[in-house]
Design a protein around this ligand. Structure first.
Ligand SMILES: C[C@H](N[C@H](C(=O)O)[C@@H]1CCCN1C(=O)[C@@H](N)CC(=O)O)C(=O)N1CCC[C@H]1C(=O)O
Ligand SMILES: [Zn+2]
Length: 602
């Protein structure tokens, strides 16, 4: 021993050694569990499910044993001078306590329930509208394509009902046990319920109030969008828009009405002007899923960010295989060993999917940026940060200017006139503004189930109460408690928190504004450099600013990371409102012309 350390320094040195060993072992166990999870997701069968469940159980048992061992050696975690040690301890203690919450048999039951719900969702098949005996249509790509492209109200209604009945109805019987298990784990870990357990990741006592405040700020704009789209849809589906002011959910181009971009042709303000949907161009130029990922990788590296490693290109699954069942819902994977990162996506060649490619690549870029952090800090600063990385870059990629730059939009296409800008901003609002009430209500719905406000007997009634209150949409036909329409959305059976996407939709515009300033592509005072035209492509300065924040992982509270990336410490709606300001002004006038009153019968 060197001299006489004070007890405290001894303690901290000892703690560091123990936590280093924990992070090393945890990385190995996580690798095995992620690999088994991957092998199941890319080849759904009973054997792979058993291995996945076994490795997942091993991981939980490891976390439980580790915490018992670590916590037995230290009286309380607050005895460290070093804030990093305290932060690590806090995170490991929650992982360890939640791992110890259920006895093994009941833990197995819980894991099986979650696995079964995702399997039902990922393998559900529906019957064709034109031929009820042909029942091999999967959500991805078959039913998704119908919802995007069909303008036949009866066909849309059939596709919507089929999917909700083949997924949600089957999943319903598992949901109450899932809720009870989730709450038991949360409460054993000293959280009031599973909703509070999820919200711990935002490290804020006022997160719910902050979200509600953001929603109240943006709600009037959403209602202007809703009123305009309702009026335009009434021109196409005459009898469907009634005096209740609600929009039937099956007419909005998306199974969950979470993004209305695919009804753009029915609502475009100036149809004679260029549309920025470049799907046809992509197909004509022979785009493949692989090329879409290479285009995205090139955008990231043009900013000086980290290229995808060889393992990524070797091991990712970028197209739906023909010979087996897979979990088609796109996802990004960190295998915890600092080397292995993958994406699984049943990619089709469309503009929308080019954005999803960037979304998933944004996750992998975050994994790469924080891969040298201790394992416990290899997370987003908060879950919304992880969702915002790819989307932020996609805000540049989908500008007419950038699409010309990469040859997907003809150079001669006029794109700077007012009418084209309104068309473009409306197209963006059909994704980013429309998404807000949906992104909020998915978790408000589950918070209220977890905290007991909503009983099992009203699961579906409450879903449609929120869908009406927040989104102003209604189901295509009467729904009962036989149904479980929330279960028809991936993240509900998959046990994935959703508030992250609402947060992302707000903060990605703060990131975009900050990076655009850094790239010299935006100036609030310069009307020739509006935020919605900014493309940060090739800006090493913007890339460096982004990387500085991402490399921090979750090692510091997210307001500190927000400050590094934007100079602000708070989430705020000023950036998204600035981006869409010309459209908001146009909508108010247009709705007045259309004699449309924003809002609907409560
Ligand atoms: C298509 C996308 N798939 C998710 C995502 O990429 O977030 C997948 C499934 C759930 C988590 N996930 C991951 O990949 C995580 N492993 C990433 C991470 O946390 O590291 C998705 O669900 N989206 C995109 C926009 C809105 C939402 C939707 O489609 O409703
Ligand atoms: Zn994501």
């Amino acid at each position: 021993m060197i001299g006489s350390f004070s007890d405290r320094n001894d303690l901290e040195t000892k703690a560091r050694l123990i936590l280093d060993e924990y992070n090393r072992q945890s990385s190995e166990v996580c690798f095995k569990s992620a690999s088994a999870n991957w092998n199941y997701a890319v080849n759904i069968n009973d054997d792979n499910e058993k291995i996945k469940l076994r490795e997942s159980l091993e991981n939980v048992k490891f976390q439980k044993e580790s915490w018992k061992n670590i916590s037995s050696q230290f009286k309380t975690r607050d005895s460290f001078k070093d804030a990093v040690l305290n932060r690590m301890f806090q995170k490991i203690s929650i992982t360890g306590m939640s791992a110890a919450a259920l006895p093994e048999e009941r833990l197995k039951e819980f894991q099986q329930i979650k696995s079964t719900m995702t399997k039902i969702y990922s393998t559900a098949k529906t019957c064709a509208y034109e031929d009820r005996s042909r029942c091999n249509l999967s959500l991805d790509p078959d039913v998704t394509q119908i919802m995007k492209e069909s303008r036949d109200e009866k066909k849309l209604r059939h596709a919507w009902l089929e999917w909700h009945d083949k997924s949600g109805v089957e999943i319903r019987k598992f949901y109450k046990p899932y809720v009870d298990f989730s709450n038991e784990i949360a409460r054993t870990t000293n959280f009031s319920d599973a909703g509070a357990f999820w919200l711990r990741e935002y490290e804020s006592d006022t997160i719910k109030e902050d979200i509600e405040q953001l929603w109240q700020t943006l709600k009037p704009f959403y209602q202007q969008m809703h009123a305009y789209v309702r009026a335009k849809l009434g021109e196409t589906y005459k009898d469907q828009i009634t005096e209740d002011g609600l929009i039937p959910a099956h007419l909005l181009g998306n199974m969950w009405a979470q993004s209305w971009e695919h009804i753009y042709p029915l609502v475009v303000p100036f149809p004679e002007k260029a549309s920025i949907d470049v799907t046809e161009q992509m197909k004509q130029q022979g785009y493949t899923p692989l090329k879409m990922f290479q285009i995205s990788d090139e955008f990231f590296t043009s900013l000086g960010l980290i290229p995808m490693p060889p393992e990524f290109w070797k091991e990712s699954l970028l197209e739906k295989p023909k010979d087996r069942e897979v979990v088609c819902h796109a996802s990004a994977w960190d295998f915890c060993n600092g080397k292995d990162f993958r994406i699984k996506q049943c990619t089709v060649v469309t503009t929308e999917q080019l954005v999803t490619v960037h979304h998933e690549m944004g996750h992998v870029q975050y994994y790469l940026q924080y891969k040298d952090q201790p394992l416990v800090f290899r997370r987003g600063a908060n879950p919304g940060f992880h969702e915002a990385v790819g989307d932020t870059l996609a805000l540049s990629v989908t500008t007419p200017k950038h699409l010309k730059e990469i040859g997907l939009l003809d150079e001669s296409t006029p794109t700077d006139d007012y009418q084209t800008s309104i068309n473009f901003l409306l197209g963006m609002a059909l994704k980013k503004i429309v998404f807000l009430p949906f992104g909020y209500l998915i978790d408000k719905y589950r918070w209220d189930i977890f905290d007991g406000t909503v009983k099992e007997t009203e699961y579906n009634a409450y879903w449609w109460k929120l869908r009406k209150e927040y989104q102003g949409v209604k189901p295509p036909s009467v729904r009962t408690e036989e149904h479980f329409d929330a279960g028809a959305k991936f993240h509900v059976p998959a046990d994935v928190e959703y508030l992250r996407y609402f947060v992302s939709n707000v903060i990605q515009f703060q990131f975009h504004r900050s990076l655009c300033k850094e790239a010299g592509q935006y100036d609030a005072q310069d009307p020739l450099k509006p935020l919605h035209n900014c493309d940060i492509y090739r800006s090493k300065a913007a890339g460096a600013k982004l990387a500085a924040g991402l490399a921090m992982g979750s090692s510091r509270p997210w307001p500190e990371v927000m400050k590094v990336m934007t100079g602000q410490e708070k989430m705020d709606a000023s950036a998204i409102r600035e981006y869409f300001k010309p459209l908001e002004d146009w909508l108010v006038l247009e709705n007045a012309k259309l004699a449309q009153t924003p809002g609907w019968q409560s």
